[in-house]
Design a protein around this ligand. Structure first.
Ligand code: ADP
Ligand code: ASP
Ligand code: MG
Length: 410
């Protein structure tokens, strides 16, 4: 019997009517002869509210208690969907992360899945019961509840599909696939029938929230067939729905640029007038790394007087902690001050074709210059160019680039 994992995001389970619709969709797969595990997110808005409560009580709150709070959203949805399924005659039960168990490391708030024991689920599914699994959560070696970072239910679904050796993993969301850019801000975005793991990974890592980065990484490593599709459309599933994430070899027409992403989740930090001597960067970035604060873009410029401004970006969620770390370093390193700016956006163009085509960055800078958009920081990788700009120009920049690379739908 084919075994499938279906994942439904927050907007797809936003209220009871939507949950009933999800139950009917699951029933169709059961009736078609599949063994089904369903992974659900919290109802739309719930996780944001839970996060806001923790922040309001303490910006530097205990990450273990944060996980205790934010993992609750998913628990509610599993129970509700199991009830909705039973109500239409489908045998189902809810599973929390710790019950399966989904074992993670101890990195509260951004835990990684270490191992999933699929045995109990496989047994129950084999006996005809749908497993309704809470996304986003797991259990640490300490026995405490962990969460996988925002958007982590995608990763739960892919990891579960790998553990259950599922035939496919369908990610149902509020758009009908992966587009050349976020269709909510560029109406001319085009849906991609297929995208390579590499490109999806890069797009996700620079802000395309349609899949969590870690889920794509896992799918690539574990050879999970991931499909992104709409939970709102009701077209017959003839195999052409949505977007399939595949190996690069399976893509015939390779574009130079396949997608554009933006992120408003970064903050810019500038250390002013840092002494220009060996070991400074190692001191700053070493300590940030030790405190598990990810640094993304970096620029450094030497001034005539032998000092330098050191600019870099960290996640907005880490900014308060980064500032605390830098304040600790100030006496030993001796810089003139710390400036921070949260009013920035990172815009990235991604494409495997960049490996063999020159001029991609030049096109980007020209298109932004034509719109009088100033570039604050630049970073590149083999298949990506990112720039940091003022947040107010996000949509203008993404639209201009989408046109400049010839991605607009005809
Ligand atoms: P879910 O709650 O189902 O996990 P998310 O909000 O996390 O849904 O992800 C879906 C959203 O991702 C879409 O509503 C869309 O605005 C956004 N998105 C960003 N980039 C893209 C892209 N390239 N293609 C499709 N959707 C994208
Ligand atoms: N509910 C979590 C979040 O909002 C996980 C997810 O939806 O994927 O980030
Ligand atoms: Mg999501």
């Amino acid at each position: 019997m084919p075994r499938i994992v279906m994942k439904f995001g927050g907007t797809s389970v936003a209220d009871l009517d939507r949950i009933r619709a999800v139950a009917r969709r699951v029933k169709r797969e059961v009736d078609a002869g599949n063994e089904v595990a369903v992974v659900v997110s919290a109802m739309a808005g719930t996780t944001n509210q839970l996060v806001a409560w923790c922040q309001a009580l303490s910006p530097l709150h205990d990450a273990r208690e944060y996980d205790t709070v934010v993992a609750t959203g998913e628990q509610v949805t599993t129970g509700l969907l199991a009830i909705a399924l039973q109500e239409i005659g489908v045998e189902a039960r809810s599973w929390q992360g710790w019950q399966i168990p989904i074992r993670t490391d101890n990195a509260h708030g951004k835990a990684r899945i270490a191992e999933i024991d699929g045995a109990a689920l496989i047994r129950r599914m084999g006996a005809g019961q749908v497993a309704v699994v809470a996304g986003f959560q797991g259990i640490a070696p300490t026995g405490r509840i962990t969460t996988l970072g925002r958007g982590g239910s995608d990763t739960s679904a892919v990891a579960l599909a790998a553990a259950l050796r599922a035939d496919r993993c369908d990610i149902y969301t509020d758009v009908d696939g992966v587009y050349t850019t976020d269709p909510r801000i560029v109406p001319k975005a085009r849906k991609l029938a297929r995208i390579s793991y590499e490109e999806m990974l890069e797009l996700a890592s620079v802000g395309a929230k349609v899949l969590q980065t870690r889920s794509v990484e896992l799918a690539m490593n574990e050879h999970v067939r991931v499909r992104v599709l709409s939970s709102f459309l009701d077209a017959p599933d003839d195999g052409t729905l949505g977007t399939l994430v595949v190996d690069e070899e399976e893509i015939v027409e390779k574009e130079t640029v396949s997608g554009i992403a933006y992120s408003r989740d970064d903050a810019k930090v500038t250390l002013r007038r840092v002494p220009d001597r060996p070991g400074i960067a190692a001191g700053v970035f070493g300590l940030l790394a030790d405190r598990a604060i990810n640094v993304d873009m970096i620029v450094q410029n030497i001034a005539a007087d032998g000092t330098t401004d050191l600019t870099f970006t960290v996640g907005k969620a880490d900014l308060a902690r980064a500032q605390a770390v830098l304040a600790e370093l100030a006496p030993t390193i001796g810089f003139a001050g710390i400036d921070t700016d949260t009013n920035v956006a990172k815009i990235s163009v991604v494409g495997v074709g960049m490996r063999s085509h020159a001029g991609v960055a030049g096109t980007m800078f020209r298109a932004l210059a034509d719109k009088a958009i100033n570039i604050e920081v630049i970073s590149t990788s083999e298949i990506k160019v990112s720039v940091l700009i003022a947040a107010e120009y996000t949509e203008l920049a993404v639209r201009a680039l989408h046109t400049a690379y010839g991605l607009d739908a005809g």
